[in-house]
Structures are given as C-alpha cells and as structure tokens.
Design a protein around this ligand. Structure first.
Ligand code: KG4
Ligand code: ZN
Length: 351
C-alpha cells in the first residue's frame, strides 16, 4: 500500500510516502520567511505553503520512486495548527485524492506525534509493546497520555499555560536568540553548566510551592518564564553575555527535569513498561540523554523517533493514517478543520 502524507500545520511544508512498512520518502521544507518576526506569521505561513506544496509533493513522489497513479490513499493534517496553513495542505490533499479517485484520511497532528514511535524508520524498527505512556512536547502542546493496546488513549496531563517548546522559545527570545530558540538553547547548553542557576520546576517534587504533586501529571512553564525575566533584569548585560551558555543550560535543565520526572512518574503510576517521547522538543539532546538514563534506571523501554521524525514531518501523518486503516479506524471522512486541539473521545481522569 502506498500512502501519501501531507503536513502543513505550522511552518514546515512536508510530504512523505509510506510504502507498506517503510518510509519511501519524507521531504521537508522549513519556512525561512518568518526570520526577524520573532515567531511564525500565520498569513506568511499560508502563502509559503501554497508556493511549496506542489514541488514538495512532486519531490516526495519522485524520491519514493513511484508515480502518482500508484498511490492508494492520501492523508493530511486536519489540525490543530494555524488554520490557513492547515487549509492549504488539507484542500490540496483532498483535491488530489478526488482527482485520483482514492480515499482521503484526515489526521490529527498531535495524535501523529503521539504515535510517531510507529513510524517504520528502519527495517528492524521496534515499536512499543502493550500500553505505553506518551509524552508529546511541541511548540504548542505538552501532553502526557496513557495509550492502550487498541491505540485508544486517555490524556492524563497537559500544560496549564505554556507548552515546553514555548518555554524554550520565549526564554530564548529574552536572551536575544532567534526563533525558534529551542535548537539554539540546545547547542549553547552543550558547553554550559546546568546548575549555574536553579530555575523553578513547577508541579514537581522539586517545586517549593506544590507539596501535593504526586499523581499530578499537569505541567506549568509560565513561572519559569517570569523567573528568567526577573533574573535577567537583576544581572548586568555583560555578565549575562559572559554566561549565556550557563543560563541556556540552566533553563534547559529546568524544562527537561520536569518532563522526565512526569513521564517516569506516569509510567510507574499506571504500571506500564514503555514510554514514548515525540514532538519538536524531543529533538533536544539533553532530554534524550536524561530520558535514556531515567528509563534505564527504572527498567522502562524508551521510544524516541530520530530527530527528523521528532519535529514536524509528513511521515508521521502517513504512518498514523496507515495504522488507522489497518485497525479499521477510518470513518466516513467527516472531520472538522481544527485550529485548536480537541481530543474527542479522550477523557481526563483524576487520580
Ligand atoms: O513539533 P514541532 O516541530 O512543531 C509544533 O507542532 O509545534 O515543535 C516545534 C518546537 C519549537 O518550540 C522548537 O523550539 C522546539 O520544538 N525544538 C526544540 C529543539 N528542536 C526543536 N527544543 C529544544 N531543543 C531542540 N533541539
Ligand atoms: Zn508538531
């Protein structure tokens, strides 16, 4: 089965072909037009997707060494994301499926991150066995879920304010770093001291204000943002410049510690033996290292996609569409184009 996946929810135009159990191609074009704006400009993003969608899909088909007529199905992100950006990919995909007279499958972007441990990255790719805890950490979402064997899931925690990626990007902006600051902080932090300053780790065992953190799988990063701002206001510019790597490492340490603590606590609480981490922030090298170390210590099987499959990509869209088709989970093709995450049947439980 040949599935074309299309992803245009934010600032990456991506198309991928899944050929049975392998990724035939995964072409990604990252938009440069937002440089200087300090974030993604929705209008520019939509226009850039519209400009790139045809050449990117053409490249994906050519790279996979197939023709358009050999496609069996087309899947695209239907949200959440920037509404204009989502619409470009979605309408293109639906039109192409209509022209080729093949099925169209709408895919939820966050669910695609959640199931990216199933992207067949290599011939002997290992997937989680049995139920697992999924941590999705991206620019717009921070979500902890319990995924069951039948691939149904329950959201057990989410951020109460900023997403983990936003915490990287906004504190980075305060340090004068370009958008997106996450990868820049990652690079600077590699030669910095993570214990240079202790920034707050809200809703964890290390938080001074939350005594009752146990069983609380929610996140909060807005206090970290305020704390970094206050710290920067108190210190002279040349001191900050001289310690940029140490500050980056300390901010990264605060974010990573929270993510690792919550993911491990959830796995232990629900007695599951596997954890998956996905979404743009899962490209972070310190998070990868800390998760590896913590999972090894607790005998937990860890699944983190390769970095190209961590940040936005269309292989995860095609892969989830394939999973949904194989489990008979594709309905009558009715869907809402959703700018915000709505996790349908997924319910929250109190513990
Ligand atoms: O999943 P993604 O590509 O797009 C969304 O769906 O949001 O995630 C983008 C986020 C941005 O906030 C970016 O700064 C962050 O992922 N990110 C990283 C790294 N690479 C990307 N954060 C920390 N370290 C990285 N290496
Ligand atoms: Zn994403």
């Amino acid at each position: 089965m040949n599935i074309l996946g299309i992803e245009t929810s934010c600032d990456e135009t991506s198309a991928a072909i899944l050929i049975d159990d392998r990724v035939g191609s995964n072409v990604i074009s990252s938009q440069r037009c937002h440089t200087g704006f300090g974030g993604v400009v929705p209008e520019l993003a939509s226009r850039e997707h519209e400009r790139m969608i045809v050449p990117i899909v053409e490249s994906a088909v050519t790279e996979a060494n197939i023709t358009k007529n050999e496609l069996d199905c087309i899947a695209a992100t239907a949200g959440p994301g920037l509404i204009g950006a989502v619409m470009v990919g979605l309408c293109f995909a639906e039109g192409m499926a209509f022209a080729l007279d093949i099925p169209f499958v709408p895919v939820n972007h966050i669910e695609a991150h959640m199931f990216s441990a199933f992207i067949p990255e290599s011939p002997n790719h290992r997937v989680p066995e049995g139920p697992f805890i999924s941590l999705v950490v991206s620019g717009g979402h921070t979500l902890l879920s319990l995924v069951r064997e039948d691939l149904g899931y329950e959201v057990i925690g989410r951020t109460l304010d900023d997403a983990a990626g936003e915490a990287f990007d906004k504190t980075g902006k305060m340090l004068g770093l370009p958008y997106p600051a996450g990868p820049v902080i990652d690079r600077l932090a590699s030669t910095g001291d993570p214990h240079f300053h202790s920034f707050p780790k809200a809703l964890t065992s290390q938080s001074q204000t939350s005594r009752n953190y146990r069983g609380n799988f929610d996140f909060s990063f807005s206090g970290l943002k305020t704390s970094v701002l206050t710290w920067l206001q108190k210190h002279p510019r040349d001191f900050v410049a001289a310690h940029l790597n140490d500050i980056a490492a300390s901010i990264q340490h605060a974010i990573v510690s929270v993510l690792v603590e919550k993911a491990i606590a959830a796995a232990r609480h629900f007695r599951v033996s596997a954890v998956s981490v996905a979404g743009g922030v899962s490209a972070n090298s310190a998070l990868r290292e800390a998760m590896k170390e913590a999972c090894a210590r607790h005998g937990i099987d860890l699944h983190i996609p390769g970095t190209v499959y961590s940040t936005d990509n269309a292989a995860m869209i095609a892969s989830l569409a394939g999973l949904m088709l194989s489990k008979g989970m594709v309905g009558d093709n009715r869907y809402d184009v959703a700018p915000f995450a709505s996790f349908g049947a997924a319910s929250r439980k109190s513990h």
